[in-house]
Design a protein around this ligand. Structure first.
Ligand code: B12
Ligand code: SF4
Ligand code: SF4
Length: 291
């Protein structure tokens, strides 16, 4: 086949990814992504959600995304995680069922791009510290939604109830965003009130100190340290639910490795684990957009 134009390539990718099961698909320019808010803030606040960024040790700061040198476009795929299918988001020791769907889609898309157009592609992992990329900024620049007051990407179709994964290409596909979209304007913010640990109760970041205007939850009112305390409680709860005694539960919750080992040894149904950590989603499930 002749080499497609950037615009044709983007159209073909969107069509193919949807046929593979993606709920939404878009393309972002990597040059624009490198200058996006998360990429700019990260070297200043670092990667540790356990301590306030002001107290972070030097080695936790100055962390930057590692981009493959020849990557120019990012394909962003999203798979909806509706309220009716909570198990898609349960962490079962090796990942979540929803993320495994995304991994399968990006893997098949990558193989197809190579075979159909000789496009080389990279599949970044989930975590930033292992060469992952900032998926929310990627989805926003691909025109798939905007950062909401709950600090998640809110999409017109599914609200924030969606998970992301990306593929980086060595060929330019035409960017599909960003778009002008803001469902939070005028919304009474049930998302922020729903947080069980009050992670949105104060400004955790301010623009003059950080040196940029676009902050977590748009205005700095999302405290990842507070949110992360709830994530630890969720691990505790899951550990206690599968442990035979309180003591065993405590031991399991004390390290993620111990927890993962036990969860992985549990019987599965149709290849999927029957139990996992049900990480908090209150700021997500309370958003009315896309219902
Ligand atoms: C580390 C991490 C966490 C940590 C720390 C979170 C944090 N925000 O710092 C913890 C464990 C606490 C966490 C919690 C959750 N997470 Co999390 N997390 C991640 C991870 C791996 C990296 C995120 C990160 O470090 N961001 C950098 C921090 C510093 O920035 P930030 O807080 O996101 O704020 C930035 C944006 O708001 C952006 N921004 C603001 N305005 C604007 C405007 C424009 C135009 C743009 C482009 C950007 C932008 O700039 C801010 C920085 O200045 C991503 C996966 C990935 N590889 O991207 C998933 C991810 C963000 N998490 C996700 C989810 C679902 C959750 C939870 C609901 C838990 C759960 N059930 O999975 C909660 C939600 C918390 C919340 N309300 O934000 C999803 C979000 C899906 C979505 N619809 O957007 C992601 C993308 C993973 C996925 N599978 O898709 N998470
Ligand atoms: S509930 Fe949804 S639309 Fe309303 S402010 Fe929160 S994220 Fe925005
Ligand atoms: S995920 Fe839960 S704890 Fe974290 S900000 Fe949202 S509602 Fe709060």
């Amino acid at each position: 086949m002749s080499t497609p134009s950037p615009s044709e390539l983007a159209d073909r990718i969107v069509e193919k990814a949807r046929s593979l099961g993606a709920s939404v698909v878009g393309v972002a320019d990597i040059e624009a992504l490198k200058a996006s808010p998360s990429h700019r803030i990260y070297p200043k606040i670092g990667m540790d959600p356990e301590v306030p960024w002001q107290d972070a040790p030097e080695e936790a700061l100055h962390h930057e995304v590692e981009w493959p040198a020849d990557a120019v476009s990012a394909v962003v795929t999203g798979v909806e995680h509706p309220t009716s299918r909570p198990e898609l988001d349960w962490y079962d020791g090796k990942g979540t069922p929803g993320n495994r769907i995304l991994i399968r889609i990006t893997k098949e898309l990558s193989a197809w791009l190579g075979a159909a157009f000789s496009v080389k592609s990279y599949r970044p992992p989930y975590f930033i510290e292992s060469t992952g990329i900032f998926l929310k900024d990627s989805a926003v620049l691909a025109g798939l939604g905007c950062i909401g007051k709950n600090n998640m990407v809110v999409t017109p179709e599914y609200g924030p109830r969606i998970r992301w994964r990306a593929l980086l290409l060595d060929r330019t596909a035409k960017a599909t965003g960003p778009v002008d979209y803001d469902p939070c304007d005028g919304c009474p913010q049930p998302c922020r009130r729903a947080c069980p640990v009050k992670a949105f109760d104060h400004a955790a970041y301010d623009a003059p100190t950080i040196g940029q205007a676009q902050l977590p939850a748009t205005d700095g009112t999302y405290d990842r340290v507070t949110c992360n305390t709830k994530m630890s409680l969720d691990v505790d709860e899951a550990a206690r639910a599968i442990a035979a005694s309180d003591e065993e539960g405590e031991a399991l919750a004390s390290t993620m490795n111990a927890f993962e080992e036990v969860v992985l040894a549990l019987p599965t149904a149709g290849g999927e684990a029957q139990y996992g950590v049900k990480y908090c989603r209150m700021c997500e499930l309370s958003c009315p957009v896309g219902r």
